[in-house]
Ligand binder design. Structure first.
Ligand SMILES: [Zn+2]
Length: 140
């Protein structure tokens, strides 16, 4: 991925390099040809690691809302998550809170999305919420 505007300057004449001056990219190495002086500027481009959407922790839950879960849905849930496989359907029904929600647990986003897809195939409505960040927990 190459940013539209570069933060780099020509090492020879200090000209601000433009994206259009990029001549080659080898993995994380970018090669620019400076439009001002013709110098070949080599930049080691390190992708910003802050956005790793598939590694984010998410809270995964099943939402029924006003409808109470059917036996069929609760058996589907047992197919979906090994954690619930051993639980009898009556037990699962007790675990559904007043908002019609049953928490499956915390998963990384990639797994959460797999669960959501599987859940949909089983006729379940899976909700993915992002975990509150550390900063938000320290508000008080
Ligand atoms: Zn230059």
């Amino acid at each position: 991925m190459v940013p539209t505007e570069t933060n780099w300057k020509c090492t020879s004449c200090n000209h601000q390099l433009q994206k259009s001056e990029l001549v080659e990219q080898k993995g994380e190495i970018l090669v620019f040809r400076c439009a001002e002086c013709g110098n070949e500027a080599i930049v080691h481009f390190v992708p910003i690691p802050s956005s790793k959407p598939l590694d984010e922790a998410c809270i995964v839950s099943i939402k029924w809302g006003k409808d109470s879960p059917t036996i069929f849905e609760l058996s589907a849930l047992r197919k979906l998550s090994p954690r619930f496989r051993e639980s009898p359907v009556s037990k699962l029904k007790e675990m559904v809170d007043n908002d019609g929600r049953l928490k499956l647990g915390v998963y990384v986003k990639g797994e959460a999305m797999d669960l959501q897809r599987e859940g949909r195939n089983l006729g379940l409505r899976i909700e993915i919420e992002e975990c509150p960040t550390q900063e938000n927990n320290n508000e008080s």
